[in-house]
Design a protein around this ligand. Structure first.
Ligand code: 5GP
Ligand code: ZN
Length: 117
């Protein structure tokens, strides 16, 4: 069923506690933790606790949770002391998405002015 945990999903396992993660923030509906393979001094992932394959699917089904991801991303960036940061939603394998549970990357702590890719 839509939104239900998926047995083969690494982020569902982080939500359930079956896989450990360095969690920096949580709400009833979201979790924010450090990326295991950081691409910047601060690299966080904000995810919904419910399973949707990507941010667009989440936004279509649960717009309030999708909005909460952005609120949490901003709060997490502030918590890291970041004035500037980049949010990335990789959507689809061709865009580099490797975990098919909606998430937003929060990147910061170094200059990010050289372009998008
Ligand atoms: P994507 O490429 O799908 O947008 O991003 C998935 C991100 O999840 C990658 O940056 C990857 O490093 C991160 N990741 C994958 N598996 C784990 C894990 O088990 N723990 C954590 N903390 N991050 C993970
Ligand atoms: Zn999942």
């Amino acid at each position: 069923m839509a939104g239900e945990p998926q047995a083969d999903c690494v982020f569902c396992k982080i939500v359930s506690g079956d896989i450990p993660a360095t969690v920096v923030r949580k709400t009833e509906r979201t979790l924010t933790f450090r990326d295991i393979n950081p691409q910047a001094p601060t690299h966080l992932l904000v995810i919904p606790r419910v399973h949707y394959a990507d941010a667009a699917e989440l936004a279509a089904a649960e717009p309030q949770i999708a909005a909460e991801l952005l609120v949490e991303a901003g709060g997490a960036a502030a918590g890291e002391g970041l004035e500037s940061y980049r949010l990335i939603f990789n959507t689809g394998a061709g865009a580099g998405q490797t975990v098919f549970h909606a998430h937003v990357h929060v990147l910061g702590g170094k200059p990010l002015t050289e372009g998008l890719v």
